[in-house]
Design a protein. Structure first.
Lengths: 64, 359
């Protein structure tokens, strides 16, 4: 799926519900988006917004 | 000086992705025990705690099936610790008589030797028809051919008074595939785990009860090259004992779906509430699951632990803030810091200077 702005989990659930009722799911790969990734020298890594575009590969088991 | 109040912590080690720690037979248990000691209150799932014939009971550890843990993290459920559960046992009609007897005798042993309250026992009205497969990533998944039969048996158990349910379903035997050999020798993925998760997710979500699963399988030939992490599964005839022990004190699942339910729950001091989650700990490459993402949305500190697995879904790739830990020992230190109110940033060097914002 193509990631949009905003929290990620609701986007994933909405995408999966187009195929049925998701029983178990996970993001299994993230394709680079072309945006710079964030790295810091301290123990914290990442962007506090958790909000960046990109493509995600999902695997799921659905109830049909 | 007394220790700070417990820090409610979630420990997630996703099943079926070959985690070096926690990807085998209960080999996440030492990490769970350590994190429970550091946090004072740990919520984790059966994949972490189940070692087939091996298990560990700790009042600080709450055993919550994976989909319920996701809903807890998302603020949809609260957890009510209990003294004991009344364990219903749900047996797949596809289990042959001798294997069925083995499982019933494990249940009898847990009653007699551990004092667990077990019963009733219900058998499905048709075989569940479990099949196993792998996703494109290599992650293990599964299919349930007769989900309605599972749900009917679960409903019957609940009507008969069961407050938690142990499911035993017949899994396809593996006569020595390369994948099974790799798993037993410590370099593969648990091929059963994905299907087990599907079964327990379906039943727990339907009934609103704690549920966990044990696969029924014919015994394997001894393997002299067996990895210690897989050894727990070689000790007995079933994988059921750990499930019964885990469920025996699994917390009740309390829905927070409606405003009234939430207000009532907030007034109950005996509940573990999602608002109290103080940290989530997960493998650094497996951060793309429901519990971690829900916690990230809620601003819960995420500790990403170096624990190699099939996936590379990292904090950097997802753009999530995380505290990186090179081991579960380091994660325990970070939890202790959070519990004591110490900023983790103060424990590393260089310590970046404050940058006042322009007025």
């Amino acid at each position: 799926m193509e990631r949009g702005p905003g929290p990620l989990r609701p986007q994933i659930l909405a995408a999966l519900r187009q195929h049925g009722d998701p029983l178990r799911w996970a993001i299994t790969a993230v394709e680079p988006s072309g945006f710079a990734t964030v790295a810091s020298a301290g123990p914290a890594l990442g962007d506090p917004s958790g909000d960046r575009p990109g493509r995600l590969r999902l695997e799921a088991v659905m109830v049909r | 000086m007394t220790p700070a109040a417990p820090l409610l912590t979630l420990l997630v080690i996703p099943t079926g992705i070959g985690c070096a720690i926690g990807g085998y037979a209960g080999d996440g248990l030492p990490a769970a025990r350590l994190l429970a000691a550091a946090s004072g209150c740990l919520v984790t799932h059966p994949n972490v705690m189940n070692g087939a014939s091996l298990y560990w009971s700790d009042q600080r550890i709450h055993y919550v099936e994976g989909s319920a843990l996701d809903r807890f993290a998302a603020g949809e459920l609260a957890l009510r610790p209990v003294r004991r559960q009344r364990l219903g046992v749900l047996l797949d009609a596809g289990i042959e008589d001798s294997l069925r007897l083995r499982h019933l005798q494990v249940a009898e042993g847990c009653r007699a030797s551990l004092g667990l309250e077990i019963g009733p026992v219900v058998t499905t009205d048709r075989p569940l028809e479990v099949s196993l497969n792998r996703g494109p990533s290599g992650m293990s998944w599964g299919r349930l051919g007769q989900p309605d039969a599972l749900l009917r048996a679960g409903e019957r158990l609940k009507a008969l008074g069961a407050t938690a349910i142990a499911v035993v379903s017949r899994f396809p035997d593996d006569d020595g595939s390369e994948a099974l050999q790799a798993y037993r020798q410590g370099s593969g993925v648990d091929g059963l785990a994905g299907a087990e998760a599907v079964i327990s997710h379906l039943l727990s979500g339907h009934l609103g009860l704690p549920c966990a699963h044990a696969p029924a399988l014919a015994p394997l030939e001894p393997d002299p090259r067996l990895d210690p992490r897989a050894a727990g599964e070689e000790l007995g005839h079933t994988f059921l004992a750990c499930v019964l022990v885990g469920l025996s004190r699994a917390p009740d699942l309390v829905s927070l779906g409606a405003d009234l339910e939430r207000r009532v729950a907030l007034a109950d001091p005996g509940l573990l509430l999602p608002e109290a989650i103080g940290a989530v700990v997960a493998p650094a490459g497996a951060l793309g699951g429901g519990a971690v993402l829900a916690c990230a949305e809620r601003g819960v500190p995420l500790i990403s632990v170096a624990n190699p697995c099939l996936l590379q879904v990292t904090a950097g790739a997802l753009g999530l803030p995380a505290l990186a830990a090179s081991s579960y020992s380091e994660a325990a230190g970070l939890l202790l810091a959070l519990r004591e109110g110490i900023s983790p940033a103060a424990l590393t060097r260089p310590l970046a200077p404050l940058l006042p914002l322009a007025s």
